[in-house]
Design a binder for this molecule. Structure first.
Ligand code: FAD
Length: 499
């Protein structure tokens, strides 16, 4: 690190992570206090996937003061209300994990009231109490603020074209003074005393000095791993998928306002609808299926004409032992990888950016900033990890060697405790800062076939007639929200068609 203090911020990598970091840092700090440089290599390119998000991205857009319709037009985006999971409990099963809660919480989570309702003979379809689920079934979407400003907000996220998103953020960043260099970094120089990185050299011979480096170089982790040898915590024993084959195909009509995740023989397949095409991928474990087999299978299972040959992406689930090591902060794939089952990677990039802004070392890097950042990011990784593992563990599927392994594998103690508590009395032990709240745990665990045996006694405190009346009103209100929305495709055509 330049011992005179922090002045030069160098972002290595121009994928989603690099440009998100550049856009946020230049927006918050401008380039008066800090010079912000981003280096990317056209020859290496980006990972080219990562197109489904979760609602937290709206906060990121707000931070950048992005016009949402403009962003959607420029990235060929569609809206996302949640994820539809097919075949996860057993072949033919179908459930929805929505972005939002069920019903109205009254002292305890609404799902306890739903359980009372259901055990007394009410419908077993808890989706009737969630507007995102109902709207998805109807293929509808509209922003509630425009339809009925008095109605509760119906939360949403986006599907977008990752390369167009990087381009969009690049324009924002460069307009705020971020300097971009194109070229391959061929060597990295460390300070002889403390090992901090002082500069990187490009193939062209150009050198770029920095005080704080943000490593967004993708899976290779050019600075955090190849240079600093930070080490990797491998979570493959719980999340064994280590390959994806990705292939875009022509879009079909009926643009769905959700991602579809379909369980397959050795993993699962994603389907992400965009305005101009559909993204598809098969995430699998190569101990149970070869890359060639996976490519054949995904091509057979597309609902549109393939637009390219399937591309194989190899990964190991887990994370760098430190996300911030010396004067290098890893973000995106350089920091670790959790498979895209709940679309959490871009969220983790956003988390890393927000934590960096929170602990930003205005002049000198301090050990307390570094360790606070590392603690918070490891927490974020850890809680997403348990949620993902639950999808594999809680299932009736065991008909292929892959699913038999998942069903019978040991899970982390933290998850085991949650599953037991959930099954006993619908308490999923969610911590205050966790990303996935009780409604998400309920959607996934109940959807995968784990129904709690009892519910909280608070849900019994309302008299029966009053209870029935309230449940009927909640159900009607939920249906009303979904029915008020226009068709998803029609809404996009009007509000934010691709350019
Ligand atoms: P990359 O896109 O790989 O970018 C790396 C950058 O570093 C590039 O610009 C490259 O040129 C540059 N670089 C590398 N080495 C050098 C060098 N020597 N010199 C100069 N430049 C260099 N996330 C989600 O949130 N939702 C999803 O649905 C989702 N799906 C995914 C599916 C799969 C199969 C995978 C693998 C990931 C998915 N992700 C998803 C994750 C998401 O793709 C990434 O988090 C996101 O794209 C960020 O990637 P990145 O910027 O870290 O890396």
């Amino acid at each position: 690190m330049g011992k005179a203090g922090i002045r030069n911020l160098v972002i290595v990598g121009g994928g989603t992570a690099g440009w998100m970091a550049a856009a946020a840092l230049s927006k918050v700090f401008g380039t008066q206090s800090y010079a912000i440089t981003l280096i990317e290599s056209d020859e290496i390119g980006t990972v080219g996937v990562g197109e489904a998000t979760i609602p937290t991205i709206q906060e990121f857009n707000t931070l950048l003061e992005i016009d949402e319709n403009q962003f959607m037009k420029e990235t060929n985006a569609s809206f996302k209300l949640g994820i539809r999971f097919l075949n996860w409990k057993h072949e033919g099963s179908d459930y929805f994990h929505p972005f939002g809660t069920y019903g109205v919480d009254m002292n305890v989570n609404f799902t306890h009231y739903w359980m009372r309702y259901h055990l007394a003979g009410g419908s077993g379809d808890f989706g009737l109490f969630n507007p995102q689920t109902l709207a998805s079934r109807l293929n509808r979407f509209g922003r509630m603020a425009e339809i009925n400003p008095k109605a509760p907000k119906v939360n949403y996220a986006f599907h977008f074209d990752a390369s167009l998103y990087a381009k969009f953020l690049r324009r924002h960043s460069e307009a705020r003074g971020v300097v971009r260099h194109e070229g391959k970094i061929t060597s990295v120089v460390q300070h002889p005393d403390d090992g901090d990185i002082t500069c990187v050299a490009l193939e062209s011979g150009k050198t770029i000095e920095g005080d704080l480096f943000i490593d967004c170089s993708g899976f290779r982790g050019l600075l955090i791993e190849q240079t600093l040898k930070t080490g990797y915590e491998d979570w493959s024993q719980w999340l064994p998928c280590n390959r994806a084959v990705a292939v875009p195909c022509d879009k079909v009509s009926g643009l769905t306002p959700y991602t579809t995740s379909t369980a397959r023989e050795a993993g699962w397949q994603w389907r992400i609808p965009l305005q101009h095409r559909t993204g598809n991928g098969y995430v699998f474990c190569d101990s149970y299926l070869s890359e060639d087999q996976a490519m054949d299978l995904i091509l057979q299972r597309l609902d549109g004409r393939p637009q390219a040959d399937p591309r194989v992406i190899r990964f190991t689930t887990g994370h760098r032992k430190k996300q911030w090591n010396r004067n290098v902060i890893a973000m995106g794939l350089a920091s670790g990888f959790l498979e895209p089952l709940e679309s959490t990677s871009i969220y983790l990039v956003q988390e890393a950016i927000m934590k960096l802004l929170r602990y930003f070392p205005r002049d000198q890097i301090t050990e307390s900033a570094r360790s606070s950042f590392n603690r918070d990011m490891l927490f974020a990784y850890d809680d997403v990890k348990d949620f993902l593992i639950a999808h594999y563990k809680v299932t009736e599927r065991a008909e292929t060697p892959f699913w038999a392994y998942c069903k019978h594998m040991d899970v982390p103690d933290s998850l085991r405790a949650r599953l037991e508590s959930f099954e006993r009395h619908n308490q999923s032990l969610v911590k205050a800062d966790e990303l996935f709240k009780e409604a998400s745990w309920f959607a996934v665990l109940a959807g995968q076939g784990l129904m709690p045996k009892s519910y909280h006694p608070i849900a019994d405190l309302i008299a029966e007639d009053e209870f029935r009346w309230r449940m009927d009103r909640v159900k009607e209100g939920t249906a009303g929200l979904a029915n008020a929305m226009p068709g998803h495709e029609a809404y996009i055509a009007k509000a934010c068609p691709s350019l």
